[in-house]
Design a protein around this ligand. Structure first.
Ligand code: DC
Length: 223
């Protein structure tokens, strides 16, 4: 099969990660969770790093390197050789990630790191700007969306599975705040690429979304 890149963008809690995992499994290619990259950088640099000056940020990013290994559901991302774990998965670190993701220095660094990973293999890449900025020539682009209450409900289930404390109203509020920041930043704001397939998942279940995405990919690449 020739090298393909499938991009999945959309707001927080829409189910991009589980769809990216499903697609990568079905296509037997690696899956890149770019939200995890922003979360891991925010986690490593720490609270308040979004207020650092450019020079300090640039110096700190020199000591950061990512590596993607495995394929399908067993794709894994390492930061400086250590596998990134669930410590980055809280809503609090999600907001930290959104804070550092506004910074042009961080976005430039990430774009280069993500493209370098994409040059090495086929990829299902999920995030906010995969189709619009990082992989403009992707094979197929999707933009997933869903009502904010439904997204809060999905995130609630996810956090509960990880035994993280969660409250539905707090989650809806935090998701709304994060989306607003991601949609309104100056560099690479969250929005669909012009040629993205838009999918509203509010009223359809995971299996239906996965089937829909997979058939759109297969139509495009054949097979
Ligand atoms: O998908 P996520 O919730 O793990 O992402 C965390 C934050 O990282 C999100 O609120 C914005 C930022 N992000 C981004 O700006 N660009 C991406 N491609 C992925 C994530």
């Amino acid at each position: 099969m020739e090298r393909i890149v499938v991009t999945l963008d959309g707001p927080a809690g829409v189910g991009k990660s589980s769809m990216a995992r499903e697609l990568s499994e079905a296509l037997a290619i690696p899956y890149l969770d770019t939200g995890a990259m922003f979360r891991a950088v925010a986690w490593k640099l720490g609270e308040g790093s979004w207020d650092w000056d450019e020079e300090r940020l640039r110096a700190a990013l020199k000591d950061v390197s990512f590596e993607l290994h495995g394929s399908g559901g067993s794709s894994g991302l390492s930061l400086n050789g250590a596998l990134i774990g669930d410590e980055i998965r809280s809503e609090r670190v999600g907001m930290w990630a959104s804070n550092v993701a506004r910074l042009p220095v961080v976005r430039e660094y990430m774009k280069a790191a993500q493209r370098a990973i994409g040059e090495r293999s086929s990829l299902v890449a999920e995030g906010r700007d995969m189709g619009s900025v990082v992989f403009p020539r992707a094979t197929v682009k999707f933009f997933l969306d869903a009502d904010v209450r439904e997204r809060a409900r999905r995130r609630y289930e996810q956090l509960r599975e990880m035994n993280e404390p969660a409250d539905m109203d707090d989650l809806a509020e935090s998701i709304r705040a994060r989306d607003e920041q991601d949609r309104n930043r100056a560099v690479a704001p969250l929005r669909p690429a012009e040629d993205a397939v838009l999918v509203d998942t509010t009223h359809i279940n995971k299996e239906q979304v996965a089937a829909l995405l997979l058939s759109a990919v297969r139509e495009r690449v054949g097979g």
